[in-house]
Ligand binder design. Structure first.
Ligand code: FNR
Length: 183
């Protein structure tokens, strides 16, 4: 049976990113017939509509990776109560040129971790608005707002005991969501 391909988009470029760690830990909770590919977004140029008819190779690569994916997994921090510019830049790139929106119809999950008490809730809500416009069916429940605590990750990077069941449940619902839309 062929694998279900998931494009993972991490909204932080930071070397020690908690969201990068969360993405890697979530991938380990996924089923064996799901293949997760973390998409590179840090080398994309700043979006400029003048370039729509002559997209940079990095943009064409991003669009090809999204087109090839059966589903999307967004793992993002919150910057100033919204999503980081680097993630919005990637989303804008792959939505264009007009009429060639690579995101459309790809089932998605949205999750994130921050050091703040509301754990990316507002960033996730902003991201949901953007994805709704781009015709991306996004898993509504369960929501997952994670605040960084030392015990969240085990030394090997996997999810710690206290949050493991919750995040496994989140992943299971995400997998069911992707399969439902792929069917
Ligand atoms: C933040 N941070 C932050 N946290 C939060 O909960 N809500 C917010 O609005 C913001 N705003 C914000 C803006 C900017 C420019 C930075 C750099 C940071 C803190 C943020 O949660 C923290 O830096 C995380 O470590 C970022 O995620 P990564 O890079 O660890 O994945």
């Amino acid at each position: 049976m062929s694998n279900t391909k998931i494009a993972v988009l991490v909204g932080s470029l930071r070397r020690e990113s908690f969201n990068g760690k969360l993405a890697n830990a979530l991938i380990k909770l996924g089923p064996s017939d799901f293949a997760f590919n973390t998409v590179q977004i840090g080398d994309l140029p700043l979006y400029n509509q003048d370039d729509d008819e002559n997209q940079a190779p990095e943009v064409r690569r991003l669009k090809a990776e999204i087109a090839d994916a059966d589903g999307l997994l967004f793992v993002t921090p919150e910057y100033n109560r919204s999503i980081p510019g680097v993630l919005k830049n990637a989303i804008d790139h792959a939505s264009r040129p007009y009429g060639q929106n690579a995101w459309a119809g790809k089932p998605a999950g949205v999750i994130g971790i921050s050091i703040g008490a509301i754990g990316t809730a507002l960033a996730q809500q902003h991201l949901r608005n953007v994805l709704a416009y781009l015709d991306v069916p996004t898993l509504g429940q369960p929501e997952a707002f994670l605040q960084m605590k030392d015990e969240l990750f085990e030394p090997d990077g996997s999810i710690g005991q206290a949050s493991r069941q919750f995040l496994q449940g989140w992943m299971d619902r995400y997998v069911a969501w992707v399969k439902k839309h792929a069917a």
